[in-house]
Design a protein around this ligand. Structure first.
Ligand code: HXC
Length: 260
């Protein structure tokens, strides 16, 4: 499948999705949303694909935000009527139950930071810069930034980032818990693809349920979350992969997964 604004390829069980509007620093316009929605749906539907990586083309940016040129002339009534940005939060993220990683190379600003935070986790290059600079445009985050950034790094830092529009470098992002790891730019894609391959080598249902369990922590009270976790754990004990995984441990060999 070819797309207008992104490139996709599969490497073994890992799908690589590359935002590909380098001249606009991979700014996210309506076509990018359409392309990503379709690419994520294809990834989700393909049983041979078990983990995805999303990154930006070029060395300068993961994505420098929603496309300001697309938004600058749009009347307010249209933003409301189209429920602008709803597709990003409802379709791309929530429908993808398999794990995916954001490999952030360079700027991840505004919608770019928000897209990265939609991923299950972020691996950043050492030149990465994160920010929610929307306030400087007279607006505010619209794809989840105020909610996900606050959950990721806490009120004080999130508030400061949103109110000043300042950028956070990779080192601070790691220290703040926004990113899982920082690696040299030259190693970023290799590292993210290897990490994705490791995840893809796990029992697939267990990977999906581990993802669901961690995400449940953001949606529930502790008691409800603990019950949900226990039930998911109990469901996993009924899978063939659980029997295989435990037998493989006892027999000191690698497990062979069936995804059921
Ligand atoms: C459209 C963008 C863009 C964007 C960069 N470009 N960011 N186009 N939307 N978000 C374009 C520039 O216009 C320019 O095109 C080209 O990419 C290169 O960018 P430069 O600015 O020349 O590069 P540089 O000087 O290196 O500065 C890099 C930068 C800066 C610091 C990342 O581009 C920047 O501040 N970008 C905007 C960041 C931002 O505000 N993001 C939040 C967007 S709002 P030309 O044609 O001139 O070469 C958002 C949610 C809004 O995400 C929610 C509202 C409802």
């Amino acid at each position: 499948m070819t797309y207008e604004t992104i490139e996709t390829e599969t490497r073994g069980a890992v799908t690589l999705i590359t935002l590909n509007r380098p001249k606009a620093l991979n700014a996210l316009n309506t076509q990018v949303l359409a392309d990503l929605t379709s690419a994520f749906a294809a990834f989700e539907a393909d049983d041979s694909q078990l983990c995805a990586v999303i990154t930006g083309s070029g060395e300068k940016a993961f994505a420098a935000g929603a496309d300001i040129k697309e938004m600058s002339e749009k009347p307010a009534a249209d933003f409301y009527k189209e429920d602008f940005f709803a597709g990003w939060t409802s379709d791309v993220v929530k429908k993808t139950r398999k794990p995916w990683i954001a490999a952030v190379n360079g700027f991840a600003l505004g919608g770019g930071c928000e897209l990265a935070m939609m991923a299950d986790f972020i691996i950043a290059s050492d030149n990465a810069k994160f920010g929610q600079p929307e306030i400087k445009l007279g607006v505010a985050p619209g794809m989840g930034g105020s909610q996900r950034l606050t959950r990721a790094i806490g009120k004080s830092k999130a508030m400061e980032m949103c109110l000043t529009g300042r950028m956070m470098d990779a080192e601070e992002a790691e220290r703040s818990g926004l990113v899982a790891r920082v690696v040299p730019l030259a190693d970023l894609l290799d590292d993210a693809m290897k990490t994705a391959a490791t995840i893809a080598s796990m029992p697939p249902l267990a990977a999906m349920m581990n993802k669901e369990m961690v995400n449940t922590a953001f949606e529930t009270t502790l008691d409800q979350g603990l019950i949900a976790e226990r039930r998911m754990f109990q469901v996993l004990t009924s899978t063939e992969d659980k029997a295989e995984g435990m037998a493989a441990f006892v027999e000191k060999r690698e497990g062979k997964w069936k995804g059921r």
